[in-house]
Design a protein around this ligand. Structure first.
Ligand code: 3UK
Length: 522
């Protein structure tokens, strides 16, 4: 592939991108399209209309000026609890262009989660869609005098500024400077802010977007996975913006009906989902078959895609689902299948620009075919975890990233997922900590102890299962099970509730009293 120059970013033909000593990543992603003659082209389509590249650039500038006008300074963090809508783009890029660090948060979380992230980030603004007021406002109230100012993100074209103002001068930074964060959760301890650099979105958009998926200016990208998730952020924002294509946004919860309706209305060329949704869509396809003729490829990530779902989907829709594994820390997919090279039931092979190593317990490379821990290297890796030097030192070692996943390669070099090295679960592609669900169950008056593990449902997809020891005087039964499920749904992000509750007399423990979750897995 011939080299090209994208606003000063030199894309070499090989696995190399070189960046100017000082730049701002909003210029190649947003402003460049005006000089390349794409001003009247649709950057975003929603049910409410279209945002052109010219409108986008103007609203990004207005939002950046608005943030600076509120007293935010380069390096300050702005937390975003924002639904999928054009204002997400305006805020995210307006902040970046002004040197401010946007931190999109999972919009399904609860007040206690938000309160933690507000304090941990030391942010100077919380921007939120009115839909999430019921969780964000109590979080702010709980922090009292320590709460930062908040901004309700409404349907206005830009946030808090006059759209007709002067162009915003991009805040220049080094390619390795902090740019934006994404929070990721672990099995114990609080969520960790993975700090991404200026260059990271260019690396994922070029290596996975352009060179793996072949994203082009005539692509229309629709992601059922939301923008707050690193997966959705690439799928429906950075990939189309990098290629000069079009993003489709829908703020509602993705269901088979809503995703099928969007595919028919917006005719995307690339569709991005997660295994749980593909399974639900397959069930819905028994009733009606939407028109998939616009779709040239489907992508799946977040958790492993069972080969059977791949096969049934291909049979029903005539399209391939390209499974790939990514992470918040690596920002997007680093091992993936491609249209010209795929094997169902595997995560494919390394994406250009990334190097994989499967290592044994001593840190040595295993021989091909043996299982081990997957370590990855690539230029989109987060620089560090905010405020968590020990976690950073454990996970990011000598330029390599510990994924925490167990993998092996088959004879042809495809990577096969074999599970997590910790107890973390992926439910609908989103992290779920067993410890957090156990803590919620124990807070219920009938529960003495509990242990949560992953159990595969009929589609081979993992959901939480709880083992519960009751307090004396309580009996397990369908009624208590309903109450415990309702209790978890109310307290935790709703997707985390246990789908099965088993009552047991005691839990398997180590001599030191640590729950042995692996003994409970079926
Ligand atoms: C698991 C998978 C098997 C795996 C993500 C695409 O999922 C993303 O990021 P997270 O930080 O989770 C990372 C972890 O999830 N996982 C993800 N994809 C797969 N396991 N097969 C897969 N295809 O445990 C990984 O370590 O939430 C996915 C793009 C960007 C992302 N951030």
């Amino acid at each position: 592939m011939a080299g090209r120059n994208v606003s000063g970013v030199e894309i070499g033909g090989g696995e190399r991108i070189s960046f100017p000593a000082r730049f701002n990543v909003a210029v190649p992603f947003i402003d460049r399209h005006l000089t390349e003659g794409r001003g009247t082209k649709a950057a975003i389509r929603t049910a409410d209309g279209t945002v052109t590249y010219a409108q986008l650039a103007q609203r990004v500038d207005a939002t950046g000026r608005g943030l600076l006008g509120r007293g935010l300074k380069p390096g300050d963090r702005v937390l975003m609890v924002v639904k999928d809508c054009p204002q997400f783009f305006h805020l995210f890029w307006g902040a970046i262009k002004a040197g401010i660090v946007p931190v999109p948060l999972n919009t399904l979380l609860r007040a206690a989660d938000y309160a933690y992230m507000i304090e941990d980030s030391g942010c100077t603004l919380v921007a939120y869609s009115p839909e999430f007021a019921a969780e964000v406002e109590p979080a702010l109230a709980q922090l009292g005098a320590k709460a930062p100012p908040a901004l309700k993100v409404t349907g206005d074209a830009s946030i808090g500024a006059d759209q007709a103002g002067p162009a915003l001068a991009p805040h220049l930074a080094k390619p390795t400077d902090d740019c934006f964060w994404l929070y990721s959760s672990g099995s114990t301890g609080r969520p960790k802010g993975a700090v991404h650099r200026q260059r990271d979105m260019v690396v994922t958009s070029e290596f996975y977007g352009v060179r793996t998926l072949g994203v082009r200016a005539d692509d229309v990208c629709y992601s059922a996975a939301k923008l707050f998730f690193a997966y959705g952020l690439g799928n429906a924002m950075t990939f189309p913006l990098w290629a000069g294509g079009t993003a489709v946004l829908d703020p509602s919860r993705p269901t088979p009906d809503s995703t099928f309706a969007n595919i028919e209305t917006f005719r995307p060329t690339l569709y991005f989902g997660v295994p749980t949704l593909y399974a639900a869509q397959l069930a819905a396809l028994e009733q009606k078959k939407p028109d998939f003729s616009s779709v040239r490829a489907c992508v799946s990530a977040g958790e492993a895609l069972p080969a059977d779902i791949f096969r049934r989907w291909q049979e029903k829709t005539g399209t391939l689902i390209l499974d790939g594994i990514g992470s918040t820390e690596m920002l997007h997919i680093f091992l993936g299948n491609r249209l010209d090279d795929y094997r169902p039931g595997t995560s494919g092979r390394p994406v250009p620009g990334y190097t994989a190593e499967i290592r044994d317990a001593d840190g040595n490379k295993v021989k091909q075919g043996d299982s081990g821990r997957l370590w990855m290297r690539g230029d989109s890796a987060a620089a560090y975890y905010w405020n968590k030097p020990e976690k950073t030192a454990e996970t990011m070692v000598g330029g390599w990233l510990d994924t925490g996943d167990t993998y092996r390669q088959d004879d042809d070099g495809y990577y096969i997922y074999e599970g997590r090295s910790d107890d973390m679960l992926k439910v609908g592609g989103i992290w779920c900590s067993p410890v957090e669900i156990e803590a919620c169950l124990i807070a219920h008056p009938a529960v003495l102890e509990s242990a949560v593990v992953g159990r595969a449902d009929a589609d081979g997809l993992v959901k939480p299962q709880a083992f519960v020891v009751l307090k004396p005087g309580h009996d397990g039964g369908a009624k208590l099970t309903d109450m415990l499920m309702a209790h978890c749904k109310q307290t935790l992000a709703p997707y985390k509730y246990p789908r099965w509750v088993d009552y047991v007399a005691e839990l398997p423990k180590t001599a030191t009293g640590k729950i042995q979750r692996f003994m409970l897995r079926t």
